[in-house]
Design a protein around this ligand. Structure first.
Ligand SMILES: O=P(O)(O)OC[C@@H](O)[C@@H](O)c1c[nH]c2ccccc12
Length: 257
């Protein structure tokens, strides 16, 4: 299963990173902590579906999605198009992302930034702050309730919002019990890659109204946006739909209607 492979690779990578920079040295580097840009408030606008636009070169299901991939150029178009937040893939092996992309994009934009990666250790939470993220992704499928609670506590300490990702009722219960505030419903099954907006439709009724709800993956058309808005979704997370567009700005305008 792909998720196991990704997590196994991640464990190795984090072990190497810790070897180069220990947790205590990493934490020392965070001594003057800046507050995060308000990822949560940016996503919650009345009567408007907000957009988290993703910078994503490849995926395990599709391989390379965008051939001429320039993260800074893409970030610039996203910024000009006034997306509410950006998501930067930093996972290197399966998504061909990079920590450097996040660092570079941070320097050029004041937009709230989500670090899109597979966080399995506290070390990566601190590291995300150092890279310039405002928010991190916590995937319920690969974390225990205890880990979700611990990582959210550290995130709060260092100034990071958490997007908690779920794909079924069981995972949703877990993140709600862990006190999650921003809930991402992933329309893609990370085990089979099957993607359907019905996942959001099915799960949304179990999410309390005071949460920020993000529908993730498989969103391509204006109709998709209208469908999700009617369900009461606050924000959408879109990668591929923008990455395959020749004119990204035009695609954003088209989706916004
Ligand atoms: O490219 P899409 O189908 O628009 O999906 C974006 C985003 O939801 C997807 O990249 C994603 C959702 N959860 C993840 C977890 C890890 C890596 C990537 C993801």
């Amino acid at each position: 299963m792909i998720l196991d492979k990704i997590v196994a690779h991640k464990k190795k990578k984090v072990a190497e990173e810790k070897h180069q920079l220990s947790l205590s040295k990493l934490v020392e580097k965070l001594d003057c902590i800046q507050p995060p840009r308000n990822f949560k408030n940016s996503l919650k606008k009345e009567n408007q579906l907000t957009i988290i636009a993703e910078i994503k070169k490849a995926s395990p299901s599709k391989g390379v999605i965008r051939q001429s991939f320039d993260p800074l150029e893409i970030a610039e178009v996203y910024e000009e198009s006034c997306v509410e937040a950006m998501s930067v893939l930093t996972e290197d092996k399966f998504f061909q992302g990079s920590d450097d992309y996040l660092k570079q994009v941070r320097k050029t934009t004041s937009c709230p930034l989500l670090r899109k990666d597979f966080i399995i250790e506290a070390y990566q939470v601190y590291q995300s702050k150092l890279l310039g993220a405002d928010a991190i992704l916590l995937i319920a499928a690969i974390l225990t309730k205890q880990q979700l609670i611990e990582f959210q506590r550290i995130a709060e300490q260092v100034g990071l919002y958490c997007l908690l990702e779920v794909h079924n009722e069981e995972e949703l219960d877990k993140v709600l019990e862990a006190g999650g505030e921003i809930i991402g419903i992933n329309n893609r099954n990370l085990k089979t890659f099957e993607t359907t907006l019905k996942t959001t439709e099915k799960l949304i009724s179990s999410v309390p109204k005071n949460k920020v709800i993000v529908s993730e993956s498989g969103i391509h058309t204006r109709e998709d946006m209208q469908f999700l808005q009617k369900l009461g979704v606050n924000a959408v997370l879109i990668g591929e739909g923008f990455m395959v567009a020749e004119d990204i700005g035009k695609k954003i305008r088209e989706l916004r209607g």
